[in-house]
Structures are given as structure tokens and as C-alpha cells.
Design a protein around this ligand. Structure first.
Ligand SMILES: *Cc1c(COP(=O)(O)O)cnc(C)c1O
Length: 502
């Protein structure tokens, strides 16, 4: 038995307690401190910084510091944390992550990670079958898996675009880019991972052509077709299109079949960014939102968002896994000796990374515990909470107005001061407001949010959309109840009224 009085056991005990008896209801989501206050809070214990000579601290000091970490960190497990596209980690995934860390290895070789190599293959095969990339009867353990796990959706996007360019010109891997002006397309509501990747690939951010989206945030397919033709007319070489399955702000889904048609017509690589909305595929009720994904060449799916895996857990699925090695291989002869046992199972030469975390383990564990039905329930709960929020806004007597009602898990809305009610803000009507009203509404979310943080009542994101700062309610955490939605809306009203009375 491990010594329960050891520092490791005590820290682990605190983590487990946080995880299994999580804060909820009126518990604080955050104990807000300024950077200076935070530093000062560690003064009496182990201290936050390191002196030029840093001696080991006593267990007592270290534990006091750990308690401070717990006190001052954001409780993302709290059902009133609705700030971002992750929340409420599945506790099974958290302990899976710990187990993976304890077994500390790299997923690069079968030699060092025999079980994890097979687990990754099993998961990629299952995900590919769920997405329709592979037939339902395909091998549950393919020797060459249909993709790999990547350290986050942005990295996976970079890998996908590298593959896309590789198909256009396999020589670039060796010779570097030439003078051909390669361009790609994504909607103007798509994720910034596209422009960052273009910068890193040496294409430049100007190589990303932003295509108009509708008021919900879904790409306009005719605008895409026109943009491709226009780029060709300018002498540029289109090579890829990114279709977004679930935009970050409004959870809008591009019509993937329409995007696929454009890609077929112009022989372009079709990448699907399903970082956020890919998990709709788990739900028989909602998987139709991704119809057409099976026609794509690559697909990125963040399991650390809606599915509650710890960050990160991102799957990159590819139609043709045989191209991963020519695109990424470094042929390190000290790792990938062709004459060792089971060398053909090594994934290390199919990715950019050298050491790679075993992100597959936590997903494998969670999926084995929850089953397909548990995964579907998580997505459907998120959808149901968003639908409840939409109905609460409709029945709010004008106190709230939707800006983008959304058709999935996100609702984008504004709080409306009493003297402006009723106010129509949906479908771009906000753009017709007079400047003074616009300025008033625009200034409210930051002030309301700051009060909410100061009291620790909740955390909710806001962002400008159609030129107006708006709140975004989104649902990731299965512990969120209608009471939590009501509490957040009531808090917004309370802080909004307080702002006006100042
Ligand atoms: C979150 C997100 C990404 C980026 O994923 P990371 O894992 O945060 O790098 C890409 N696209 C969309 C639509 C996202 O919501």
C-alpha cells in the first residue's frame, strides 16, 4: 500500500476529492483575484515564483500551496462554468489521464507502447466507422489505422493541410515551397486554426480565402464555388477547402455535401473541421448535421470538447492513411529500426511529433464505461439544455433577445435594458440599430461578466457577432440542469440592472 501521508498521496487525494465531490449550485465557480493578489496568496506557503537558489519546500508549505491552487483556479467542473467549448470533464477520463501519466511512455512505437498502439488503432477504427469513413464491418483493429491522435485540433488542422498540400505536390516536403500560389478556403465563421496553419506551412495567412457565411454561421456554398473560380482567374492554385461542422461561436454546420460537390468539381482536398461539432455523430438524433462528412479526405474531431475528455484528445481521421508516412517520416534509425519486433505497428513516422502522449487511453476507458449510449446521451443533454435556453429567452418578456438562436448546443443572445424592450436582434437586425443603442448594448456584456466573475456566480463567454457584443451560452457538462440555466439568466438580469443604476 502507498504511504497515505506522502506528499504524492495527499495531492492525489485532494484532486480526487475535487473530482468526485465537485462544486455545484451556489458554490463559487471562481474566486477572482488580480495577478498581484494571486502572487501574494502564495507568499505564506511555498511561494509562486522561484528564487535564484530554490531549495525544496516542506510538505506543509507545498500542501498549503496546493490548497491555494485549488482555491484560486477556475472550477471548470462546475455546472455554471459555460465560458468555453470545454467543461465538466468526465471523471473517468481524468483518472484515465492519470493512469496514462503514471505509465509514462510515448505512443510513437509499439515497442514502448504495445497496448496503447493497439488502443489507438481500435479507437481510430471505431471513430472512422462512426463517421462513415469505413464500413461498419471494417476491422476493429487495423494494422494501419485511419489517422492518429494529435495534440489538439489546431495541430491536427496543420497536419491535415500538410497532407492536402502533399497530395497537390509531394516534392514540397523535400524541396520546400516554390512560386506556385496555393490557396485554401474556409468560411468567415470558421476557426482561426486555418490561418495559423497557413502561416506555419509557409503559405501565408493571405492564402486563406474567407468565404461568406449566413447569419447562423454556415458557409454559403454558391459563394464558395464563386471564390474558387475567382481564385483560379487570378492565377492562384486552390488546393483545399475546410468545411466546418459546428462553429465555435454559434455551433453552425456547413452543408458538407454542398462543400464536397465543389471539391469534387475542382479536384480539391476536402477537410472537415469537426473539432467542436464532430461529436454530434454519436447521437442518432443529431448525426444528420454531418451528412457528407464521409466524403471528406480528412476530419478533425476534438473529444476534449463536447465529450468531456481532458485536454487534449483530438483525432485526425484520414481517408488514405498510406500518405501519412511519406508526408511526415523522419526515418530516425535509433527509433524505427526496421529489423526490430513489430516495427510495422510503429506510428511515430506517421506524425510530426516525436514523443506523443497516450491520449487514446482516457477515451478508451471512458467509452468502455459509458458505451455508445452514454456518449449519445451526453450530446443529447447538451442539445436539450440549449433548446431549454432558447425557450426561456422567448418567454422572457423581452428581457433577453436571441442574436443567433442556433440549431445545436450554442445560443447567442443579449440582455436588453428595460427601456429598450422589446428589441429584435436576430438574423442581422442588430446592424440596423442606431449608434447610441448599439454602443449601450455593446458595453453591457463585459460589465455584466466582470460582476459575475467578481461574485463567482458563474462564467459565460461573450464575443462580438454581427458587430455587437453578445453572450454565448453553450453546453458541455452533463451536470448542467435547467436550474443552472435559470440561475445564469437571473444573474445576468441582476448585474445588468445594477449596471444601469450606476
Ligand atoms: C476548438 C476548435 C478548434 C481548435 O481546437 P484546439 O484543440 O483548441 O486547438 C478548431 N476548430 C473549431 C471549430 C474549434 O471549435
Amino acid at each position: 500500500m502507498p504511504d497515505p501521508s506522502s506528499i504524492e498521496a495527499k495531492v492525489a487525494e485532494r484532486a480526487l476529492e475535487y473530482l468526485l465531490a465537485p462544486p455545484s449550485g451556489d458554490d463559487a465557480v471562481i474566486n477572482l483575484s488580480s495577478p498581484d493578489e494571486l502572487v501574494a496568496a502564495f507568499d505564506g506557503n511555498a511561494g509562486l515564483g522561484f528564487d535564484a537558489v530554490a531549495s525544496g519546500e516542506t510538505d506543509e508549505h507545498v500542501l498549503a500551496a496546493v490548497d491555494q491552487v485549488l482555491h484560486s483556479s477556475v472550477r471548470t467542473v462546475h455546472p455554471r462554468f459555460m465560458n468555453q467549448n470545454f467543461a465538466g470533464p468526465d471523471p473517468v477520463s481524468v483518472v484515465g489521464d492519470w493512469l496514462g501519466a503514471a505509465l509514462n511512455t510515448t505512443a510513437a512505437t509499439f515497442e514502448a507502447a504495445p497496448v496503447f498502439t493497439l488502443m489507438e488503432s481500435a479507437l481510430l477504427s471505431k471513430l472512422a466507422r462512426v463517421a462513415g469513413y469505413l464500413p461498419a464491418a471494417a476491422s476493429p483493429l487495423p494494422a494501419l489505422p485511419p489517422g492518429l491522435f494529435a495534440p489538439g485540433g489546431s495541430s491536427a488542422t496543420l497536419y491535415a493541410l500538410q497532407l492536402a498540400r502533399h497530395r497537390r505536390n509531394p516534392e514540397v516536403v523535400r524541396t520546400g515551397i516554390g512560386t506556385e500560389r496555393l490557396v485554401l478556403f474556409v468560411s468567415d465563421a470558421g476557426h482561426y486554426a486555418a490561418t495559423k496553419s497557413a502561416a506555419m506551412l509557409g503559405l501565408g495567412t493571405d492564402a486563406v480565402i474567407k468565404v461568406a457565411s449566413d447569419f447562423e454561421g454556415a458557409i454559403m456554398p454558391e459563394a464558395l464555388a464563386d471564390a474558387v473560380v475567382a481564385a483560379k482567374g487570378r492565377g492562384e492554385t486552390p488546393f483545399a477547402v475546410i468545411g466546418t461542422a459546428g462553429t465555435t461561436v454559434t455551433s453552425a454546420f456547413d452543408d458538407l455535401n454542398a462543400v464536397a460537390d465543389v471539391c469534387v468539381e475542382h479536384d480539391l482536398w476536402f477537410h472537415v473541421d469537426g473539432c467542436y461539432g464532430g461529436s454530434a455523430l454519436f447521437s442518432p438524433k443529431h448525426r444528420h448535421l454531418l451528412d457528407g462528412v464521409e466524403r471528406s479526405d480528412s476530419f478533425v474531431w476534438n473529444l476534449h470538447k463536447m465529450m468531456g475528455m481532458t485536454q487534449q484528445c483530438s483525432a485526425l481521421l484520414v481517408r488514405d492513411p498510406s500518405q501519412l508516412a511519406p508526408c511526415f517520416a523522419g526515418h530516425a534509425d535509433y527509433l524505427f529500426q526496421p529489423d526490430k519486433l513489430n516495427a510495422d505497428y510503429d506510428s511515430g513516422d506517421r506524425t510530426f511529433q516525436c514523443a506523443r502522449r497516450v491520449d487514446a487511453l482516457k477515451l478508451w476507458l471512458s467509452w468502455k464505461v459509458r458505451g455508445d449510449e452514454g456518449f449519445a446521451a451526453r450530446v443529447e443533454h447538451a442539445y436539450d439544455m440549449a433548446a431549454y435556453t432558447r425557450s426561456r429567452i422567448t418567454e422572457s418578456g423581452g428581457a433577453f433577445a436571441v442574436v443567433v438562436p442556433g440549431s445545436f448546443t450554442n445560443v447567442v443572445f443579449a440582455w436588453v435594458p428595460p427601456d429598450l424592450r422589446p428589441l429584435e436582434l436576430a438574423n442581422g437586425t442588430a446592424a440596423q440599430l442606431d449608434q447610441e443603442t448599439m454602443d449601450r448594448l455593446h458595453a453591457l456584456p463585459p460589465t455584466i461578466k466582470a460582476q459575475m466573475q467578481a461574485e463567482g456566480t458563474g462564467m459565460i463567454g461573450y464575443q462580438p457577432i454581427h458587430g455587437l457584443n453578445t453572450f454565448r451560452m453553450l453546453f458541455m457538462n452533463p451536470a448542467v440542469s435547467t436550474d443552472d440555466v435559470d440561475a445564469i439568466l437571473a444573474a445576468i438580469e441582476r448585474y445588468g440592472a445594477a449596471t444601469l443604476s450606476h
